[in-house]
Design a protein around this ligand. Structure first.
Ligand SMILES: *Cc1c(COP(=O)(O)O)cnc(C)c1O
Length: 374
């Protein structure tokens, strides 16, 4: 799905030098590279504070810990997402309240959020799924009205921009109270191991995020909170600094791939290409389409025979996962997510696809669909 080696080879000297410099500096943890990356990412995002951490799941967990959410508090999130979002809610003893998504954008539905609010609701965690912002203007209005925190899961959408109706433009992850992202290698801004970060414009939350991420420590060996140990290491920070400078180009390359796919599949009623909303840019972490009346396993096998990977993000709704299934939910509760899980398919999406590869992929898809029309 992702060719990270070809991407690396284009900046090999720069990366190799940066890694060796960190090794020679011996500042492996909390070194100057981490500080520099933090400040460069703050500038890129237009966020007042970036707190680097060990991975995206930690970023979400630290955000929820810093907001002092208590066991039994309800946190609303999308049923159609990667498990990490709901996992940290459950892990902290909070109650994940799942809601359905929009069938064409795959993002959380504001009406469904409104309907799920109870006196116990404390926070909303919108996920900017596959690289496009959730409807943040509506979500922020709901949060304001009901006095709820908003934690954006922006692991798939770093660099995406959201435009409000008054013309204000903000980067994904800087709109709610706190944003959480991941630098897992295959993310749009990925390092060569694990990494993550938390964003906020609030001085108060930033101070708490730093305390929580560092063993709840307010000064050395004084622990005022129960915290966690979650750090971005200096080698990863040095790599991320180099890749951050290229992030907009990487996202543009992904958009070009998406445009190629959209054009190739334009005349096929069997494929709904991902919808691009007017108020968000789409950075295509994944290229996820919806199949109509196509045998998905058959298509996958046909593509795999041609050395083309195809993935299902995601095959099972959260409310039907064994770990998250409880007596509040049953099959049929979230019909949009349930249909999507049965009909989505994701094609290769990355920065290094050339026209020849794209033709091979689209011809593979089209040949299967045409040969299997009834
Ligand atoms: C990748 C991802 C995460 C978790 O990030 P890790 O760095 O793997 O912990 C969380 N949420 C979403 C939506 C993701 O895609």
């Amino acid at each position: 799905m992702v060719d990270l080696v070809s991407q690396y080879e284009k900046m090999q000297e720069e990366i190799d030098t940066a890694i060796i410099d960190v090794v020679r500096s011996s500042a492996y943890i909390n070194g100057p590279e981490v500080k520099a990356f933090q400040s460069e990412l703050e500038t890129y995002l237009g966020a007042k504070h970036v707190v680097p951490c060990a991975n995206g799941t930690d970023a979400l967990q630290i955000a929820m810990m810093a907001l002092d959410l208590k066991p039994g508090d309800e946190v609303i999130t999308a049923d159609f997402t990667y498990v990490a979002t709901a996992e940290v809610i459950a892990l902290l003893g909070l109650t994940p309240v799942l809601v359905d998504v929009n069938p064409t954008t795959f993002n959380i539905e504001p009406e469904a959020i409104r309907a799920a609010i109870t006196p116990k609701t404390k926070a909303i965690v919108p996920v900017h799924l596959f690289g496009q912002c959730a409807p943040m203007e509506a979500i922020m209005a709901i949060a304001k009205k009901h006095n709820l925190f908003v934690i954006e899961d922006t692991a798939q959408a770093i660099g995406a921009e959201y435009t409000f109706s008054d013309g204000t433009v903000k980067k994904a992850g800087t709109i709610g109270d706190i944003g959480a992202t991941s630098f897992f290698p295959s993310k749009n801004l990925g390092c060569y191991g694990d990494g993550g970060a938390i964003f906020t414009n609030s001085d108060e939350y930033a101070a708490m995020l730093r305390v929580v991420a560092n063993h709840g420590q307010t000064r050395q060996y004084y622990h005022d909170e129960v915290g966690v140990n979650s750090r971005l290491d200096s080698i990863q920070a040095a790599i991320l600094r180099i890749k951050l400078r290229r992030l907009d180009d990487y996202n543009a390359a992904r958009q070009k791939v998406a445009a190629f796919y959209a054009e190739a599949f334009e005349d096929l009623p069997e494929i709904n290409v991902p919808e691009h909303c007017a108020n968000s840019t789409h950075v295509y972490h994944q290229y996820t389409m919806v199949l109509n009346g196509v045998d998905r396993d058959g298509l996958k096998a046909h593509l795999n025979e041609r050395d083309i990977p195809m993935m299902i993000y995601y095959p099972v709704p959260l409310h039907l996962q064994k770990a998250y299934r409880d007596d509040r939910y049953t099959e049929g509760d979230f019909p949009v997510t349930e249909i999507l899980c049965k009909s989505v398919a994701s094609l290769p999406m990355q920065t290094e696809l050339d026209e020849e590869q794209l033709k091979h992929i689209t011809e593979g898809v089209i040949s299967y669909i045409k040969a299997n029309r009834s």
